[in-house]
Design a protein around this ligand. Structure first.
Ligand SMILES: [Zn+2]
Length: 75
């Protein structure tokens, strides 16, 4: 349990906003808030990169297959 820094109401730990006054919980959440975006960015970046590579690869393969199909359709 942690307390709202603005009104002092007891709030659940990990909650982002005080249920009483709506104050953004800064006390215990600042380290978590700064950590989680970093972690998310760290996790998302390689996934995005590999997704991009797979996308390019898939597009290249699809393009080649399309060209082959076009070639056979012409004949
Ligand atoms: Zn509050």
């Amino acid at each position: 349990m942690s307390f709202c820094t603005k009104c002092g109401t007891q709030v659940q730990e990990g909650i982002k906003f005080c249920g009483n006054c709506g104050n953004a919980m800064q006390g215990g959440n600042t380290p978590q808030a700064s950590q989680s975006p970093n972690l998310e960015g760290f996790q998302t970046k390689p996934a995005k990169k590999s997704n991009g590579w797979w996308g390019v690869l898939a597009f290249a393969i699809a393009f080649i297959i399309f060209k082959i199909i076009q070639h056979y359709v012409k004949f």
